[in-house]
Design a protein around this ligand. Structure first.
Ligand SMILES: Cc1cc2nc3c(=O)[nH]c(=O)nc-3n(C[C@H](O)[C@H](O)[C@H](O)COP(=O)(O)OP(=O)(O)OC[C@H]3O[C@@H](n4cnc5c(N)ncnc54)[C@H](O)[C@@H]3O)c2cc1C
Length: 413
């Protein structure tokens, strides 16, 4: 009996295997990981791990005893090279070894988009995706004084914050006119720009990289398209993620910016499932097809797939959530603000505690918060329940969202 095979042992893969088992899947479950470590948490790699606040052991998601208990066979350092859908077989490790499956789950995640400018392959040009990358980056940071970060997205900003906390001189280059352009509103972008600037990070907007130069194969400077030359002991590139969907594409599964799945994580093959960073799904909260890169999405979408694998049903309809830590600012987002046409601000930028409520056609669709966790809790319930405070109510700090959330008791009760 071949059972369920899960490719990729991170948030999505581990969750799918676990949910399938706990929901009654009785067959064999094999979890395949191409990395050498037990499944681990990725978010601290750009934050506490770089700052020595968490050790490598502290990153482990689930230990060996856990997988044994759940009767999940974990195969570390094993890479899947091809999926033969017709024979229901995987080829692994590129040495003619095969593994059969009855059901297959793909949780191969995403990988860092690479720079293609001249000099991009020089030593000292780094990316951050895995524990290996983080160990390398951490070691290089020790001997580096000047860091250039390319990309003002989440990873670039988090590494810039960590490097600046470590006393490094940091310059961040962003080609757009504001930080996190695709993720947050201009209001939040401006707050983050001020925050980083206050901590000494030199942020250059509207600048692109023309080339990277150096000597003896080692990068030592970056040239921007306006001709500025910036010296660098270390260059961190954070220009986005690319879905790791090559296996699926080679197997002719439907893919468009990731593996296309329904709300049960089912791909164009009814026995093959996918979730997490590698999957593209129609999200009712976004009103569009989206490929989300977040822990919440990977886990909740994989839960729906795990249920379906076990013959149960529980479609994926969670409100998307994300967080990012930079200095003392905790940025949390709930919902998807894409195509919003109105917003309201609760709190103030000056106080370092505020939330931005986004509306799409008068309906609350997303909330970004800086250091206002309570607003996030309320927003999750509001958006999840299809409820909208008016923008005026949202902006009024004395307005309590509980009045919308708690059912009013009938007078006769
Ligand atoms: C530095 C960093 C910081 C982040 N911070 C946050 C944050 O603060 N908040 C948040 O919500 N999200 C954050 N994220 C994003 C979050 O970590 C991802 O969304 C999440 O890890 C996605 O989980 P996944 O299981 O879909 O894929 P991944 O975590 O990418 O795991 C996929 C796994 O599959 C393996 N794999 C791929 N191909 C094969 C193959 N052919 N054979 C075998 N194995 C294979 C990969 O090596 C990998 O181990 C961060 C990501 C990074 C890199």
């Amino acid at each position: 009996m071949s059972g369920l095979v899960v490719i990729g042992a991170s948030y999505a893969g581990v969750q799918a295997a676990l949910t399938a088992r706990e929901s009654g899947y009785a067959g064999r479950i094999t979890l395949i990981a191409d990395e050498h470590l037990l499944p681990y948490q990725r978010p601290p790699l750009s934050k506490d791990f770089l700052l020595d606040k968490v050790t490598q052991d502290g990153l482990v998601l689930r230990d060996e005893a856990f997988f044994k208990l759940k009767q999940i066979d974990l195969m570390l350092e094993t890479r899947v090279h091809a999926i033969d859908r017709h024979a229901r077989r995987l080829s692994i490790n590129g040495n003619n070894t095969t593994l059969g499956f009855d059901k297959l789950f793909i949780g191969t995640g995403s990988h860092a988009r690479h720079l293609t400018v001249p000099g991009a392959k020089l030593d000292g040009v780094c990316y951050l995706r895995s524990i290996r990358d983080a160990l390398d980056l951490k070691q290089r940071l020790q001997g580096a004084a000047e860091i250039v970060v390319i990309g003002g997205g989440f990873i670039g900003l988090e590494v810039a914050a960590s490097a600046s906390k470590l006393g490094k001189k940091v310059t961040l280059i962003e080609s757009a006119s504001r930080l996190l352009e695709r993720a947050v509103s201009p209001f939040v972008s401006q707050y983050l720009l001020d925050l980083h600037t206050r901590h000494g990070v030199d942020i250059r907007l509207n600048q692109s990289i023309a080339s990277i130069g150096g000597e003896n194969g080692k990068a030592s400077f970056v040239t921007t398209t306006d001709g500025t030359r910036l010296t660098a002991d270390l260059i961190l590139v954070g220009i986005g993620g690319v879905p790791s969907d090559q296996l699926a594409r080679d197997a002719q599964l439907a893919c468009t910016n990731g593996i296309v799945v329904d709300d049960h994580g089912i791909t164009s093959d009814p026995d093959i499932y996918a979730a997490g960073d590698c999957a593209n799904h129609y999200n009712a909260h976004a009103g569009d097809w989206v490929r989300l890169e977040s822990v919440q999405n990977a886990q909740d979408q994989a839960k729906a797939a795990g249920l379906a694998i076990a013959g149960k049903t529980g479609p994926y309809d969670s409100v998307p959530r994300f967080w990012s830590d930079q200095y003392d600012a905790k940025l949390q987002t709930v919902g998807i603000s894409r195509n919003f046409n109105r917003h309201a601000v609760r709190g103030s930028r000056e106080s370092g505690q505020f939330s931005v409520f986004y509306y799409r056609q008068d309906k609350l669709c997303a909330v970004d918060s800086i250091n206002r966790a309570g607003d996030q809790m309320a927003a999750r319930r509001l958006i999840g329940g299809g409820m909208s405070p008016t923008p005026e109510q949202a902006a009024d700090l004395s307005f309590d969202f509980k009045s919308l959330l708690t059912p009013v008791k009938a007078a006769s009760d």
